[in-house]
Design a protein around this ligand. Structure first.
Ligand code: ADP
Ligand code: MG
Length: 423
C-alpha cells in the first residue's frame, strides 16, 4: 500500500467529515487541505468540499491518480464532473483506520479525530488533535482575505497605510532565537498566559492586564520580541507606525486610528504593536498642528478603550526614549518591560545564537568581552561584517581574526556616527 493512496483517502475522508458535520470549522482541517480549499471571497473553506481528480493530482503532484482510486471499492469517480467521492463513509473510515496503524494521521487531523472519537475508536482524541494543528489565524490566506475585505470598505486603503498586518506563519523571529533577561522571561510568560486565559481573567473581573510598554535603547529586541510572541501565540500581528501620521493624512488620521483599533478587534485574538510610541510625547509637548494633537488624543482614548479580556487584543508599545513620555502616556500601561543593553553573559549567548550555523574556529566569549555597550542588533551587524569580509576571500569558515576585525570596523563606524551627531 503506497502512502499516496493513504493520502488520498485521508483527504477524501476529511473533506466528507468536514462537509457533513456542522460543528466542523476550517481550524479542524490539516493545514494543507485548509490552504488548498480556502476561499478568499468567503473567508473560509466553503462547505461542501468537493474533491476532484485534478485537485488530488495538484495536491500530491502525481499523475494518473485515477487508476489508484479505482482500486478502492468505497470511492467512486463521477466521470462527468471529474469529482471523487466516498460512497460509504463507514466502510472507508474502517479501511483507513486499519491502515493507519500507529494512528499518526488520525491524531494529527482534528476532523478525523472528531469522527473516530464519535465512533468510540480507541485512542481517537479530538481535543488532542486540535492542539497539533495551528488555527486558521496563522494562515496568510486568512489575513489576506480580511485585508481584501477592508480594502473595499470606506477609508480602508488609507488605514492600511498606517497599519501593517502579518500572519504568524510569515514571521521568522521565534522565541527560541531570543536571549531574554530573567525579568523579560517572567514577563513574557505572564503575557502568554494572560492571552491564553483571557476568558478566566474576564470572569474574575481582572481587566487591567495586557497593555505593556517596552522600553529600551534601539536594537535591544523590542520589535522582534513582539513579533516572536505573535508567532508563538499563533495570533496575527498588527503593527502601527506612528511616524506614518504626517500632515499628509492628518484630516483622516483620527478616524484611521479608530479604524486600526476596530481592525485589531476583528482580528482578535491578536497583538497590536505600536512602535515609536514617543511620537505621542513629541506632539503633546510641542506646538504641533492642532489636528496632530487631536490624532494623538484619539490614540490615547483608543488605548483606554481596548482590552485584552474583552477584545482579545494584546497591546504592546515600544519606545527608545522613555524620558520623553509624560505621566498621561505612562499610566495607560499595566506593565513596563525593560530592554537593557545586554551584559557580557547575554552578549555571549546572543553571539552563540547568531553564529550557530557558521563554521569556523572563533571564541564568542572573547568577542562578548570586547563589545560592552553593543545592542543585540549591533552584535548581529558585527557577525554580518565578519561573514561578508571572509566571503571576499572566498572563505565560508570564520576565524577569530575575522571576528576581531569586524568588531574594530564596527567601532570605527560608531565613532563616525557620533561625530555626525556632534556637529
Ligand atoms: N536579546 C536579543 N536576543 C536575540 N536577538 C536580539 C536581541 N536583541 C536584539 N536582537 C536582534 O537584533 C535585531 C534588532 O532588534 P529589534 O527588535 O529591531 O530592536 P528594537 O525594536 O529594540 O530596536 C533583531 O534581528 C534581533 O533578533
Ligand atoms: Mg524596533
Amino acid at each position: 500500500m503506497s502512502d499516496i493512496t493513504l493520502d488520498i483517502v485521508e483527504l477524501l475522508l476529511t473533506a466528507q467529515i468536514y462537509s457533513k458535520y456542522p460543528e466542523m470549522d476550517p481550524s479542524d482541517l490539516p493545514k494543507d487541505i485548509r490552504k488548498f480549499y480556502w476561499s478568499r471571497d468567503h473567508k473560509t473553506v466553503p462547505k461542501p468540499i468537493r474533491v476532484t481528480v485534478t485537485d488530488i493530482e495538484k495536491m500530491f503532484q502525481e499523475e494518473n491518480i485515477k487508476n489508484k482510486i479505482k482500486t478502492l471499492p468505497f470511492v467512486t469517480i463521477d466521470d462527468q464532473e471529474f469529482s471523487t467521492k466516498i460512497t460509504a463513509l463507514d466502510v472507508g473510515a474502517e479501511w483507513f483506520q486499519k491502515k493507519d496503524e500507529n494512528r499518526d494521521r488520525i491524531s494529527h487531523n482534528p476532523a478525523l479525530a472528531f469522527y473516530y472519537e464519535k465512533k468510540q475508536t480507541e485512542g481517537a482524541d479530538y481535543s488532542n488533535a486540535k492542539t497539533k494543528v495551528r488555527p486558521k489565524e496563522v494562515d496568510r490566506e486568512w489575513i489576506e482575505s480580511l485585508i481584501a475585505e477592508i480594502e473595499k470598505e470606506e477609508g480602508g486603503p488609507e488605514m492600511l497605510k498606517l497599519a501593517h498586518i502579518s500572519a504568524p506563519e510569515d514571521i521568522y523571529q521565534t522565541m527560541k532565537d531570543f536571549v531574554l533577561t530573567h525579568e523579560q522571561e517572567e514577563e513574557t510568560k505572564k503575557i502568554v498566559k494572560a492571552i491564553q486565559y483571557r476568558d478566566y481573567l474576564k470572569r474574575i473581573g481582572l481587566h487591567d492586564v495586557g497593555k505593556i510598554l517596552m522600553v529600551g535603547p534601539p536594537g535591544t529586541g523590542k520589535t522582534s520580541l513582539a513579533k516572536a510572541m505573535s508567532e508563538h501565540l499563533a495570533t496575527p500581528f498588527v503593527e502601527v507606525r506612528l511616524s506614518m501620521i504626517t500632515d499628509q493624512y492628518l484630516g483622516e488620521t483620527a478616524k484611521n486610528i479608530d479604524r486600526v483599533f476596530a481592525l485589531a478587534k476583528r482580528l482578535s485574538p491578536c497583538i497590536l504593536f505600536i512602535d515609536e510610541f514617543d511620537f505621542v510625547a513629541k506632539t503633546r509637548s510641542s506646538d504641533e498642528h492642532a489636528a496632530l494633537k487631536r490624532a494623538v488624543n484619539t490614540l490615547l482614548k483608543a488605548i483606554d478603550n481596548i482590552s485584552l479580556t474583552t477584545d482579545g487584543v494584546l497591546l504592546l508599545a515600544a519606545t527608545n526614549h522613555p524620558k520623553m513620555l509624560d505621566s498621561a502616556a505612562w499610566r495607560r500601561f499595566d506593565d513596563i518591560m525593560k530592554f537593557p543593553l545586554p551584559d557580557v553573559d547575554m552578549r555571549k549567548r546572543i553571539l552563540d545564537i547568531v553564529t550557530k550555523e557558521i563554521d569556523g574556529d572563533f571564541d564568542t566569549a572573547e568577542i562578548a568581552s570586547l563589545t560592552h555597550g553593543y545592542s543585540g542588533s549591533d552584535l548581529r551587524m558585527v557577525i554580518r561584517e565578519g561573514v561578508l569580509s571572509a566571503l571576499v576571500t572566498e572563505r565560508t569558515e570564520l576565524t577569530q581574526k575575522d571576528m576581531l576585525n569586524a568588531v574594530a570596523t564596527f567601532d570605527e563606524r560608531a565613532i563616525i556616527k557620533t561625530n555626525e551627531y556632534e556637529d
